[in-house]
Design a protein around this ligand. Structure first.
Ligand code: CUA
Length: 162
């Protein structure tokens, strides 16, 4: 076998290689546009906590809203457990920028906040964090989106913007 023969690439294979590279370019473009033009955020694992003690120590021992800048900037510490969110009612003023820190003390849950781009997986031992600004008054339910047992379907809470 000569060098030339060993370098031969079948035309069909060449086309598949081209298609694969083209798809990578399309995906990279889609991710870039979603991230920078549409403000998509990836719910990064912000921190690690011990699920056995998270309900008794640290910010989730007293879950709820923290006011950083009155009327403007807030943090919401939410504890997910079978089958409820603590707290399950939150009220913020219009224009508030709220950063959610959500973790679980037992099994895996989900946290989807209706009419926003927040939809996070809540894994015990891990803190999921996302930020959203509420420009309009209204009511947003937050619901558990990962099956977590018998009463999964009734695991929800309400965020009111007023
Ligand atoms: Cu919690 Cu489903």
């Amino acid at each position: 076998m000569t060098d030339k023969q060993s370098m031969h690439i079948d035309p069909y294979e060449k086309n598949w290689i081209r298609l694969s590279i083209g798809l990578l370019v399309v995906f990279a473009t889609a991710v870039t546009v979603a991230g920078f033009a549409f403000g998509f955020q990836v719910p990064t694992p912000e921190d690690r906590v011990d699920p056995r003690t998270v309900a008794t120590e640290g910010p989730w021992a007293d879950p709820g809203l923290r006011e950083l800048v009155p009327g403007k900037k807030y943090e919401a510490y939410i504890l997910a457990q079978t089958w409820a969110f603590l707290p399950n009612e939150i009220t913020v003023p219009v224009g508030a920028e709220v950063t959610f820190y959500v973790t679980s003390k037992d099994v895996q849950h989900g946290f989807k906040l209706q009419d926003t781009n927040i939809n996070m997986q809540i894994v015990p031992g891990q803190v999921s964090k996302l930020t959203v600004t509420f420009d309009e008054p209204g009511v947003h339910n937050f619901i558990c989106t990962e099956y977590c047992g018998a009463a999964h379907a009734i695991m929800f809470g309400t965020l009111t913007v007023e």
